[in-house]
Write a protein that binds this ligand. Structure first.
Ligand SMILES: C[S@@+](CC[C@H](N)C(=O)[O-])C[C@H]1O[C@@H](n2cnc3c(N)ncnc32)[C@H](O)[C@@H]1O
Length: 382
């Protein structure tokens, strides 16, 4: 099968690197994700193990679709009975770029009509529609009037791991947090015993993702919904075997975790982060503390310098940028005084205010937290 794996904008190179680490070869990168040929076991591996992927789409057909009729006919020609039966529910995601078919809602409606009509005619029954948790999610993307119809094997975006019910203010997407940690070299730092600290942890995304990564726990283990479950091609025993293997590795991995600490000055954030840590099965491995960033320091048990990963607040109110400037200045001063030889990964929606951190040379890259354009800055504290 041909797979397209999507990810957060600008993270395709990190996703490609991650997938190479899962022994996947011949990956071609584009702006929105990566494409490669795979068997079913490889598709399951990506869904269970990728920390940076958003969705895993299995190509079903490609055809020209420069008008509504061509779209309808192209979808009708696919034998959908190979993929689903009439007792199932479907949902359709439709996107388009640089194409005559630009109305996404209308496009989705035509695709749905074509699939439903095929079942009515050939099977004599109606499919149901469930936009929230369908048995099978169909994805159609049209680019330059060429349509690619796929089955969304992930079903829902893979950044929804299942541990974060409590989001808090402006949480980072889990797969973006994981991409930042990979880019910052967290797996190597963790292997040497260096700690991970987030002194403004909000709902705890960095520290939880960091713990799952360092313990080699598959991020998909906590999810209870996947797009392949209602798909006819699903191989239950293959999936169950892979989940069983990943569960055994998870128990082993927790034993070798370095110190991982998140803190926040907001009592509600602390409460949310603690609840998320518990749901992630990381109680006792990830510490969450109620503390001002100004009081942050390396954990007592730290044997080596580690990584500070931080996502300071986004100021949206007028007059807030002065407060933010002072906050960044303070963060810079805390890091240079107490975190010598640590690496720092800072993601911000306020690049101009971030200059106040004053930590010297930095590496910069652009990332997107959902629709918000952000900068990732990486420093090494002298
Ligand atoms: C953008 S949010 C972090 C979101 C987090 N990365 C997540 O995924 O949930 C910024 C956090 O910084 C915290 N914060 C702001 N000023 C702080 C300070 N002086 N000391 C400690 N925490 C602070 C806020 O309470 C908020 O939870």
């Amino acid at each position: 099968m041909e797979l397209f794996v999507s990810c957060s904008r600008k993270t395709a190179p990190i996703l490609a690197e991650e997938l190479k680490g899962l022994c996947i070869e011949n990956i071609s990168e584009s702006a929105a994700g990566v494409r490669f040929d795979a068997d079913l076991a490889t598709a399951y591996k990506v869904i269970l193990w990728s920390r940076t992927a958003s969705r895993v789409l299995m190509t079903v057909a490609k055809f020209k679709a420069d008008n509504q009729q061509a779209l309808y006919e192209g979808i009708r020609e696919i034998d959908w009975t190979e993929h689903l039966d009439y007792r199932k529910s479907i949902a359709v995601d439709f996107t388009s770029t640089r194409s005559a078919l630009s109305h996404t809602q209308f496009g989705a409606q035509r695709v749905k009509d074509a699939v439903v009509d095929q079942f009515k005619k050939d099977v004599g029954d109606r499919l149901m529609v469930n936009t929230n948790r369908p048995d099978v999610r169909i994805n159609v993307h049209v680019q330059n009037d060429e349509a690619v119809a796929s089955i969304d094997l992930s079903g829902d975006s893979l950044h929804k791991r299942g541990y974060r019910l409590e989001g808090g203010v402006a949480p980072l997407r889990e797969n973006l947090a994981a991409a930042i940690l990979l880019r910052a070299g967290w797996p190597e730092i963790a292997r040497t015993g260096g700690p991970l600290i987030d002194p403004m942890c909000g709902s705890g995304t960095f520290v939880i993702e960091g713990a799952l990564m360092a313990a080699n726990i598959a991020p998909g283990l906590l999810r209870n919904y996947f797009g392949f479950v209602g798909w006819k091609g699903h191989d239950k025993s293959l999936w169950a075997g892979m989940v069983g293997d990943a569960s055994r590795l998870a128990e082993e991995g927790k034993k070798r975790l370095p110190p991982i600490v998140g803190s926040d000055h907001h009592p509600r954030a602390v409460e949310h982060a603690k609840a998320n840590v518990t749901r992630a099965g990381m109680t006792g491995y990830v510490k969450i503390e109620h503390r001002e960033m100004a009081k942050a320091r390396p954990p007592m048990k730290a044997k080596m310098p580690g990584l500070v990963a931080v996502n300071p607040p986004y100021g949206e109110r007028i007059g807030e940028s002065e407060e933010l400037a002072a906050l960044y200045k303070e963060l810079g001063s805390v890091l240079s005084k107490r975190f010598r030889r640590y690496k720092v990964a800072l993601i911000t929606g306020h690049p101009e205010v971030a200059k106040n951190i004053g930590l010297g040379k930095r590496k910069a890259s652009t990332l997107f937290n959902g629709p918000i354009e952000c900068k990732l800055y990486r420093y090494e504290v002298d």
